[in-house]
Design a binder for this molecule. Structure first.
Ligand SMILES: [Zn+2]
Length: 680
């Protein structure tokens, strides 16, 4: 079937679609020849019978990669129009280039077949409805994808080969530069020095955030180079992000690495990039060039950062870096009820920062009440004492003796292993001799004996290897010098622990060298503290629950009793003066005042002085006024005249009055009458 016979009148009624695409902008600019070829197709369409005005050119996708249809507007329009039976023929330079992605291409073929649309390229005219043509077109698509793959593989392969040898030139972090092809430390001494200070600071403070703070506090800047390894040095403030980048970068440890990230493009054409864990890095070559750290230091830093991360983000339980606060068990305290790690909460108590250990994960996450809250003061002191007691020369002596006994036993085991090697050697020798003695023409026997000999040689090699490996492991014996050093440290420990200049942070570090974790459980009467030392030894402490601030401040009962007693005779301010004159003071150590006495009286529900006096029959001004026949405001006058007996209630000059005697009442009434007459 020739090309012309495939074109029918029905095809010619519809439009011809010419799809033009160049992958990159550079191709668009430089490779004008292929654009020319694409427009030449237009002439083919005219020859096949499509009028010039019915040829639709789709060139929206110039400069777009053909890898996926999602970003290519032109291709989408083409597919839509073919589906709507608008296209009689689709033309492209190499049809497979219509769609570089196989899935897109087969979809287009499918739609073309359904809508009876022809396909034209430089090689010929195809009708996708025909099996042969469709097969060919499908193959072309597959080949095109394969071609792209081969091209890419060649390009990437070259890069990977270089990377594998550690010779690929990649952008270097600040502080390292290329000298010809070698990576060296930046010759700028200031840059070198800042990086050394940076790593030393992290080593000392143990967290990225604290490193940033230290740099800020000391006014230190961090270097930055414009272009990878080249460009001018600029100085910037150290940030948390830079700190993490620097600490995570293995090149500072002199290691070459490649493929630390994985990147991909999703269905929407969005670019993604993800960091991979170290085991999945493509290439890693240690000691590839000069660096600021050893590989072990680098790994140590990674471990430290991971622990810090876990301490903050939950996950596995890990202790965070020791912080400044005084709570000794920060990061190592565990809840005795639920096993979670406990957090610290500080509060002021008698002017000192006091820690409470708090298990509050539930309370934070599910707004439930805190699981446990345990006052920390007593616990920290007890643990401190326990550590000082545990790290004594005597305790170490015992430990070291046990250690040397274990060493002796190891030596015995070693002798046994040596014997095993000897035996294996003997067997191998025997097998060799047996093999030598056999008639070489007797192949059957000779082969069996040879196999046996080989087998024996293998066992011998294995036994030797095992023996040497175990020897290396066991040989970690202490020298006399190391022993003396350990004893000196043990003698120094209590002094160092109690020294006021030792910071909380260092004290915590020391504690962590010795302690694995400490489990706290608050019981009815006491706090149970279970201490687990490194190495597995445990110890249980039982501590009294410290009295709460309220209980500590509670006034002694004898003082309350005395106030009760004095209230019969004195006003509140008089009582305060009396107590002070006896040299007593409040639970907080301050002298008494009227308001303190007042508060104590109310707190202990003591009867007030007016109450007491009234109960004894004393009268208020209002009560006595009608009895003596005068207005209440004159009662004070009669008391001053000595005709009424009053008793002082408080500092406000308020009085209560005794039941007046009848002769006094008569006298008052007489004097009142006389004065009113004289006024009249
Ligand atoms: Zn708990």
């Amino acid at each position: 079937m020739n090309a012309e016979s495939k074109v029918t009148a029905e095809h010619l009624q519809r439009a011809a679609y010419l799809y033009i695409r160049q992958s990159t902008l550079r191709q668009v600019l430089e490779n004008t020849e292929s654009t020319e070829r694409q427009y030449a197709l237009r002439r083919r369409a005219v020859t096949l019978g499509w009028p010039e005005e019915r040829i639709v050119v789709i060139d929206h996708d110039q400069g777009q990669s053909g890898a996926s249809a999602s970003e290519r507007e032109g291709f989408q329009r083409l597919v839509a129009d073919v589906g709507l039976d608008k296209a009689g023929i689709v033309m492209g330079l190499e049809v497979s280039r219509l769609a570089r992605n196989c899935a897109d291409w087969h979809r287009l073929l499918e739609i073309c077949a359904l809508s009876h649309t022809l396909i034209l390229d430089e090689d010929g005219l195809y009708d996708p409805a025909h099996y042969n043509d469709r097969l060919l077109l499908g193959l072309k698509g597959t080949m095109s994808e394969a071609e792209l793959h081969v091209l890419k593989a060649r390009l990437v392969g070259g890069v990977l080969n270089k990377a594998q040898r550690g010779e690929l030139k990649m952008p270097l972090p600040v502080g390292l530069i290329y000298e010809e092809d070698k990576v060296i430390l930046d010759p700028d001494q200031q840059v070198q020095q800042s990086l050394r200070v940076f790593f030393a600071t992290f080593e000392r403070v143990g967290s990225a955030w604290a490193t940033v703070q230290t740099f800020r506090r000391d006014g230190l800047k961090f270097p930055k180079r414009g272009q990878a390894g080249s460009g001018e040095i600029a100085w910037q403030e150290l940030t948390h992000a830079i700190t993490l980048d620097t600490l995570h970068n293995p090149r500072y440890a002199g290691a070459f690495c490649f493929g630390r990230t994985r990147s991909w493009t999703d269905a929407q054409g969005k670019y993604h990039c993800r960091q991979l864990p170290r085991e999945q890095w493509r290439f890693l070559k240690q000691n590839a060039h000069a660096g600021y750290l050893t590989w072990e230091q680098f790994l140590g830093n990674q471990e430290r950062l991971l622990q810090n991360h876990q301490a903050h983000g939950g996950g596995e339980r890990k202790a965070g870096p020791p912080r400044e606060g005084p709570a000794l068990l920060q990061g190592v305290a565990l809840c005795g009820k639920c096993g979670r790690s406990m957090t610290i909460c500080y509060h002021q108590r008698f002017g000192r920062l006091t820690p409470d250990y708090l298990c509050q994960k539930n309370c934070v996450e599910q707004s439930q009440p805190a699981c446990q809250r345990i006052p920390g003061t007593g616990i920290d002191e007890a643990i401190g004492q326990l550590l000082v007691q545990s790290v004594t020369p005597l305790a170490l002596e015992v430990a070291l003796n046990v250690q040397s006994e274990i060493q002796q036993r190891l030596a015995e085991a070693d002798r046994l292993r040596q014997q095993q090697v000897q035996r294996a050697r003997y067997e191998a020798d025997r097998a060799r001799i047996r093999y030598m003695r056999v008639d070489p023409n007797n192949r059957l026997v000779a082969d069996t004996l040879e196999a046996q000999w080989n087998e024996n040689l293998r066992s011998l090699a294995q036994a030797k290897e095992d023996c040497e490996k175990q020897q290396r492991l066991d040989s970690a014996q202490l020298t006399e010098e190391q022993r003396t050093k350990i004893f000196a440290l043990a003698a120094d420990f209590p002094r160092l622990w109690q020294e006021s200049t030792t910071s909380n942070r260092d004290r915590k570090r020391m504690a962590r060298l010795l302690l694995e974790d400490v489990t706290l459980l608050r019981g009815e009467q006491e706090i149970v503290v279970q201490v687990r030392f490194k190495g597995g030894a445990t110890q249980e402490l039982r501590l009294a629950i410290p009295k709460s601030a309220w209980a500590l401040r509670k006034t002694k009962p004898e003082i309350v009793h005395e106030i009760d007693h004095l209230l019969d005779e004195r006003t509140e301010s008089q009582i305060a003066a009396e107590l002070n004159s006896r040299g007593w003071h409040t639970s907080a150590g301050r002298p008494f005042t009227m308001s303190i006495v007042h508060r104590l009286r109310r707190a202990h529900h003591l009867r007030s002085r007016p109450q007491r006096l009234r109960d004894k029959g004393w009268l208020t001004t209002k009560q006595i006024a009608p009895q003596i026949g005068c207005k209440p405001n004159l009662v004070k006058y009669w008391r001053q005249q000595g005709l009424l007996q009053g008793i002082r209630l408080n500092d406000k000059e308020e009085y209560l009055y005794e039941q007046p005697r009848t002769d006094m009442v008569a006298q008052i009434k007489q004097r009142t009458r006389r004065s009113s007459e004289s006024l009249a």
